[in-house]
Ligand binder design. Structure first.
Ligand code: URA
Length: 269
C-alpha cells in the first residue's frame, strides 16, 4: 500500500502534477480536457468499418454508458508465472512457447506470452517484447514496464488486477517494429489469447499495437481520444510507456488518456 502510494506520487511528479490524486475528480478532469481541446474523451465507440472483425458497437455502448460500477477489487495475489496461465490459456501458452511460425523464433530466447490475471476485465496490449522481456519471459519488465507500473498505480491498479500482453510474442532484433508477416503469423496466438481472456475493455499501448489491432495506418495522435470496438470489446488507445520515457513532455496527455480510460472502465458493469 505504501509502495503503491509512492508509485502514484512518483508518477504524478513525473507528469508535472504536484497535487494528490483526490484532486482529479471527474469534473476537474472534464474541465481540464475541454480546456485542452480534448473534449472528445468520452466513452463513445467509433466503429472501424475497415475491420471485418469489428462488430456493431450498440450493445457495448449501452454497457459503457450504464450506471457506474466500481470494478477494482484486488484479486488473489498469486505468483506472476502462475497468474499468466490457467486452463485453456495455459495450454495455449505452452503451445505458443515452441512456435516457429516466423523468423523471430530464430533469435528469441523465449516466447513472451502474457502476464497478469486471466480473469481481468482490463487488458493492456503492447507491441512486442524487448531485451529484458525476452530474457525474463514476461511482458513489460524493463524500464518501460516500470513506468507502466507507475501509470497503473496512478489509476489505482496493480498488475494482479489486469492482464498484459503484446501483439507479437517474440523480440524483434534490436527492438525494431515487427514486420507485417510477423504480425500476421503471431495473430494465431493473439486472437486465441484475447478470445480466452474476453476482457471487458482493452487499452492499446503505442502506435504499433494501435495500428495492428485497429488495422489502421493513422498516427497515434490521430488514434487517441476515441473509443473503438474489437469484437465487441471497447478499445482505448494511449501512448506507449517507452515513448513517454523518450518524450516525458507527453506524460500529462497520457494522464488525461488514463483518466478517460478509468472513467470508461468504471462505467462498465
Ligand atoms: N514494449 C512492449 O511493447 N512490450 C513489452 O513487453 C515491453 C516493451
Amino acid at each position: 500500500m505504501a509502495e503503491s502510494k509512492q508509485f502514484v506520487e512518483t508518477y504524478l511528479r513525473e507528469i508535472g502534477v504536484q497535487t494528490p490524486v483526490s484532486l482529479f475528480t471527474s469534473e476537474q478532469s472534464a474541465s481540464d480536457q475541454s480546456a485542452s481541446g480534448q473534449s472528445n474523451l468520452r466513452p463513445e465507440i467509433l466503429v472501424q468499418q475497415t475491420d471485418s472483425k469489428v462488430h456493431s458497437p450498440a450493445a457495448d455502448a449501452s454497457a459503457i454508458t450504464s450506471p457506474a460500477k466500481q470494478n477494482f477489487e484486488v484479486k488473489a495475489d498469486v505468483p506472476a508465472v502462475a497468474k499468466s496461465v490457467s486452463g485453456g490459456l495455459s495450454d495455449l501458452a505452452v503451445k505458443a512457447s515452441t512456435c516457429r511460425l516466423c523468423s523471430l523464433s530464430q533469435e528469441r530466447n523465449q516466447v513472451v506470452f502474457g502476464v497478469g490475471n486471466p480473469d481481468a476485465d482490463l487488458v493492456f496490449i503492447g507491441e512486442a517484447p524487448g531485451r529484458e522481456e525476452d530474457l525474463q519471459g514476461e511482458p513489460f519488465v524493463g524500464r518501460a514496464g516500470q513506468l507502466l507500473d507507475r501509470m497503473l498505480a496512478a489509476m489505482g491498479m496493480g498488475r494482479n488486477e489486469i492482464y498484459i500482453m503484446n501483439t507479437v510474442k517474440c523480440r524483434p532484433p534490436n527492438n525494431r517494429d515487427p514486420k507485417p508477416d510477423e504480425v500476421q503469423a503471431c495473430n494465431l496466438w493473439f486472437e486465441q489469447q484475447l478470445d480466452m481472456l474476453r476482457p471487458k475493455m482493452i487499452c492499446l499501448l503505442g502506435r504499433v499495437a494501435a495500428q495492428t489491432v485497429l488495422k489502421s495506418d493513422e498516427p497515434l495522435g490521430a488514434l487517441r481520444g476515441r473509443w473503438y470496438d474489437y469484437q465487441g470489446i471497447p478499445v482505448w488507445v494511449t501512448y506507449h510507456p517507452a515513448y513517454l520515457l523518450r518524450s516525458p513532455g507527453q506524460k500529462q496527455k497520457s494522464w488525461q488518456d488514463l483518466q478517460a480510460l478509468l472513467s470508461g472502465f468504471q462505467k462498465l458493469n
